[in-house]
Design a protein around this ligand. Sequence first.
Ligand SMILES: C[S@@+](CC[C@H](N)C(=O)[O-])C[C@H]1O[C@@H](n2cnc3c(N)ncnc32)[C@H](O)[C@@H]1O
Length: 309
Amino acid sequence: MTTKALRRRPYLPGLSLGDYLDFIEDRFPAFARVLWFDRTGGADALGSLPRPARGGANARADLQRHARRDPMAGARGMRALFTLAAGVTSPERVPRGWNVLDPLGGDGVLAQVFATMAPQAGHAVITSDVAGEMVIEALRAGLPAVRQRARFLFIRDEAVDAVLLAYGTRRIPEADRLLVCQEAARVLRPGGRLVIHDFEEGAPLTPSGGARRPVAAGHPRFTAADMERCLALSGLHAIRVHRVHDPLVLRKGSAAEARALLSGHLLDTVGPAVFRDGSDWVAEVPRVALVAVGEKRPAAGCGTPGLAR
Ligand SMILES: C[S@@+](CC[C@H](N)C(=O)[O-])C[C@H]1O[C@@H](n2cnc3c(N)ncnc32)[C@H](O)[C@@H]1O
């Protein structure tokens, strides 16, 4: 299919692919250069994106949940993820020009949180999601965003410094997981890093001393062995699995409000810790995340580990 024909295809709610590309070219020219819709199989991948009528109900429910949620609630874990992705000691040290793809990005929570931690880095996070409603929300928030399935990215080879598969990895069907990692490895620059995050099955989700209950049922989570296998079979090296403190922290003006806020998230499954921190009351659910990192081998004779350029 010609690029002209592709441009006429519906892509986002109310927008053709051509409308979207014109918008990105205007707002994010550097990002526009890494987009690759006319790759082999691109037309089929575009056609297989869920139509709003089918995918819309789930995406709307997700959006409502997201709107209720404090984006900074998971900031501690996100900070660790960005640090591992960039191979630096803190997000504040990420230089302008470094970029990371967030293929399960929803409406751009990670991008927004990263912007507060690392304003010097500019629009470093490329938000990406299969749901058109999510991508439209991210674009409305002023973020570079693209609609695509994690297993088939409309992104050129070796175009990004890092890929972060996080906060939603359990939604990737098991049969697709290796493909998703291989696709992520394809778009990494030499020396770039793929980070996979999931919450560990059976890990405690309660404060010490509280009654332990299992995490909510759903799709199987990644195990450490799954992560290592996916990274290795994607050709990555220097693979490490970390256990990362990734609590959910909610702040309100009173203990009652903090408790009520947490109840919206998790109260029926865990007993939260609620404590005072200065003028805030803090409700915290400790969570341990499994985070695996693998690096693309540097091209011969060049490349700075962690900050591929
Ligand atoms: C639990 S939400 C998390 C969104 C975001 N990371 C956050 O923390 O708010 C997971 C997102 O992944 C998207 N998603 C699920 N499977 C996907 C796939 N195979 N490819 C791309 N996006 C996918 C969903 O549409 C959803 O917006």
